[in-house]
Design a protein around this ligand. Sequence first.
Ligand SMILES: [Zn+2]
Length: 500
Amino acid sequence: MNQNYEARLSQSTPRNGAFTPTVSIFLSEMWPHELLDIELPRFRANTFITPQTHIKSRNMKFNFLITLMLLVVLAGYSQEVLLKNVRVIDGTGKRPSEKMNIVLDQGRIKTISKKEIISTGHVIDLTGKTIMPLITNVHGHLGMSKGTTVVPENYNREHIARELERYQSYGVGTVVSMGTDKELIFSMRDASRSGKLPGATVFTAGYGFRPPLGSRPQETGMEKLYRPATAGEATENVKTLAVLKPDMIKIWVDDMGGTAEKIKPDVYRAIVSEAHKHGIRVAAHLFYLEDAHLLLDAGVDIFAHSIRDKEVDKALIERMKEKGIIYIPTLTRDAYEFFYGTERPWMNDPFFQASLEPGVLEMISSNEYKKRILNNPRLQENKDAFNMALKNLKKLHDAGVMVALGTDSGAQPVRAQGFSEHLELQLMVEAGLTPLQAITVATRNACLALKLSDQGMLLPGMRADFVVLNSNPSEGIKSTQSIHSVWKNGVQVSSGPITK
Ligand SMILES: [Zn+2]
């Protein structure tokens, strides 16, 4: 193995008046697998502080690292943290609470109140700042885009690990990779879920289902897809996939603008029926209202995109509520089909640019790219689909359907991971949700969609997973972009995507 890393040690670094011992290790080149087998989350307890002393070494002995890690565990992790005077958006949808004091202990929120608290632990004054739960993205993709390419080689451990760190730096704490994965994802998912892999926590739909003659995106790296021709074949495929314990199953039910075959209803009925026998839910890529009705008949659990051809009807709304269907609008996905045909106000914004892979900004800024969008014969249809998505989101949300945030980020270079989740919040507000409603969709609802009952809300006993913001997003949703720091399991894991 190529052991190529750097350790930085500082015994005591001031931050907001408190002193905390700190060790940071920066990994480069190959991902050192051995590190993953150690108590990495505890080690990461204090990696947020700018180190004062550097110990730099190449090919250093591994037991030295272990010693450093133990030092950190002993020194810092057990300490309580008190966050003082902070505005709290708790994710439930209620108005922000002002000047709250929050005690974090053992990775969870111990108390949260207006009461003055004397703490012997680490005290951080957050006067003027706002905290909200981490964003959960219930529809994303990992290991697909790199630079301006979407090729099979992009699916590797190092690249996916970087993507997870990027999501996390944008305050996205969890991401569902929606049906475009390969074998590697299952070991990474398990490492991520047990806290041994840094970055956003991974959920996966494993290998998705497309029709035998549908669009053939193998050249983009989706060679693991199932393409059952019959219900019997579909049942066998689900049995094989279920062994790997995917968090859900993804099916594509779309003719891609009349250019491809759709999965037949008898085939997807078999997929849903077998998935449910294994206790696995099924998420459907869809476009048409008619398919939405058929998918409900089949017992599908999650709509992974907006319904974009027609306005949703009363019968559909009632059926969705009755069955507890989760609706993931992915508005950014539809926006990117035409947004960069014209200059967008955020294109010079470092918060946006930091989310882009190398070459993407040049690509979307080029006249050639603009022309391709503006000359697309489907341009008007794309805009109409986006506008219908906005309208249907508002209608479904107002009616009480469970809406959860998803973006489709990562599937294409233009669908930037991290930024897209914040743009999605803005577009939900454009659709007519209030900023607090949009935040609830991105936090509490998205966690409920994944059955994560102790995340997505800032309440006593819940996991201390949150983002600290410099301004208040309940007064303007763009303030979710003013990231001061990102916290997971009660420790700071990032100071945001922009180098300060
Ligand atoms: Zn997708």
